[in-house]
Design a binder for this molecule. Structure first.
Ligand SMILES: Cc1cc2nc3c(=O)[nH]c(=O)nc-3n(C[C@H](O)[C@H](O)[C@H](O)COP(=O)(O)OP(=O)(O)OC[C@H]3O[C@@H](n4cnc5c(N)ncnc54)[C@H](O)[C@@H]3O)c2cc1C
Length: 461
């Protein structure tokens, strides 16, 4: 038997690609990762601007549910870098109104009791109507959400009649925070899946933030680990096409004219980029690959604003149904390394990072217009503490196609990591796994793709 290492080319150096690289080098494969940008990390990437401040593709919350991500972080010794916050969800409303869903350290479903009986905003009648709508979920558990993929969440809620206020004030920002699309677009399956998990596993909904940048606590440690075991990471390399000989993939065509070959090819690209590199022959004739053309990426905008006053002391994720900032955080509180401005300590003031969504209609606006809308939303939600607050700095990142859009009927098109071609595998948040397009999903998809390659390799020998 040959002792030569089998080679894997990984296309895309986002979290899925970097995870797969680590897992495959651990299994003894010779790995090369090709990334088109000059930085790794994809949608979780972060970089310093010319003034030394970290800019992120987006605010990233770590849910307790992502056990596969924490396994990975333990292996690269960075699990200590997740700072867990109080187990609660706070909603900030126009006019300074607030409500908070607290969670108690009790077994399911008792952990949700305080959220139902003393959230300070919804009446017991509203919460009772909502609890009633969840009876099928309580009875059928995880078997129920997949049966509701034909409805948007708004359609599902209308059927269940649980009331407009819950939809507008709680579920609208939740849908926007989760997948950047409103309840009229998101499949009911997604919200029900998340609700079911939070209901069943008390710690699943606990949230944390990295103590600093994902570049320092995730991507670089992953790259360093794999490099020390022989993996090669190439940035500024764009893959143009997978080459197909009618039976298998026999190379990748790079934009720089080179062709690279390997024993296995693992595509860890976003869905819109995966579609671009697939050879015409595959997409037209194979239903597995043809199905990918139904999946689309969602636009989203990330904004940071540094204010000269402490507008909120909240050291946690915040939601807002009013305005354009469904989910945000004061990084000067949540993320210790980010309590800075232009390299100087930034204490007792506010460094907000916002996820701005839905972004479809905002993508064409200028930077100034978007910052103005965000600032307006802040001042609406904090009429008192924002009085007289001045903006010291703002940054903005537009992502035209971010996570895949989980619209009704899309679940059937999410590909498995194993493809009909024996030497081609797929990873990425959009591929089939429990966590949808998220950090947990990216890691789980990579784990599954690696299992597929390892299985194929061991059967071939
Ligand atoms: C604003 C925002 C906020 C988010 N918040 C959260 C959150 O709070 N919690 C959470 O869990 N998840 C969150 N997510 C989702 C999470 O970031 C993604 O699900 C995850 O990062 C997907 O990783 P991936 O590796 O599958 O894809 P990607 O990160 O997209 O990686 C794909 C990589 O492929 C590269 N690439 C593309 N085309 C080519 C090519 N032709 N050749 C070579 N390389 C190529 C890209 O540059 C990229 O680096 C958020 C996403 C965004 C955008």
């Amino acid at each position: 038997m040959s002792t030569e290492k089998k080679s894997v080319l990984i296309l895309g150096g986002g979290l899925a690609g970097l995870t797969a690289a680590k897992r495959l080098t651990d299994k003894g494969f010779q790995v090369k990762v090709l990334e088109k940008r000059d930085i790794f990390g994809g949608k979780v990437s972060a970089w310093r601007d010319e003034e030394g401040d970290w800019i992120e593709s987006g605010t990233h919350c770590f849910f307790g549910a992502y056990s596969v991500l924490y396994d990975l972080m333990r292996e690269i010794r960075t699990d200590h870098a997740v700072g867990w916050k109080d187990h609660q969800l706070t909603y900030t409303l126009a006019g300074g109104e607030r409500f908070t869903f607290n969670t108690w350290d009790l077994p399911s479903p008792l952990h949700l009791l305080p959220a139902i009986v003393k959230n300070g905003y919804f009446t017991l009648g509203e919460m009772a109507a909502f609890s009633k709508s969840l009876i099928p979920l309580a009875l059928k558990k995880d078997k129920y959400p997949p049966t509701q993929d034909h409805l948007t969440f708004a359609e599902w809620a209308k059927e269940k009649k649980f009331g407009n206020r819950l939809m507008e004030k709680m579920f609208r920002p939740m849908a926007l925070a989760l997948k950047f699309i409103p309840p009229e677009e998101i499949s009911a399956k997604i919200i029900l899946d998340v609700t079911e998990t939070f209901y069943r596993i008390p710690d699943a909904s606990r949230m944390g933030f990295l103590k600093g940048s994902p570049q320092e606590y995730l991507h670089q440690p992953l790259i360093d680990y794999s490099t020390s075991k022989g993996a090669i990471f190439k940035n500024n390399i764009t893959v143009d096409e997978l080459l197909f000989d009618g039976t298998e993939i026999n190379g990748v065509q790079l934009r720089n004219g080179e062709i690279l070959t390997a024993d296995y090819y693992l595509c860890a690209l976003p869905i819109h980029n995966l579609r671009k590199v697939l050879p015409d022959r595959l997409k037209q004739h194979d239903p597995f690959f043809g199905g990918l053309y139904n999946l689309e990426g969602v636009p989203v905008i990330s904004v940071q604003i540094w204010y000269d006053k402490e507008i909120t002391t909240a050291d946690n994720v915040l939601f807002s149904p009013d305005g354009v900032i469904p989910v945000y955080a004061n990084l000067a509180r949540t993320t210790p390394d980010y309590a800075t401005l232009r390299g100087e300590p930034f204490i007792g003031k506010t460094r907000f990072e916002f996820c701005v969504a839905p972004a479809k209609k905002l993508m064409g606006l200028s930077r100034e217009e978007i910052i103005r809308l965000v600032d307006q939303s802040v001042r609406n939600c904090y009429p008192e503490t924002s009085k007289g607050a001045k903006i010291l700095k703002s940054t903005l990142v537009k992502i035209p196609q971010s996570v895949y859009a989980p619209l009704p009927y899309m679940e059937q098109y999410r590909p498995t990591q194993k493809t009909p071609l024996h030497n081609l595998f797929i990873a990425g948040g959009f591929s089939q796994q429990l966590y949808y397009d998220s950090m947990g999903g990216a890691v789980m998809s990579a784990n599954l793709a690696v299992d597929g390659i390892v299985n194929h390799h061991s059967h071939a020998h």
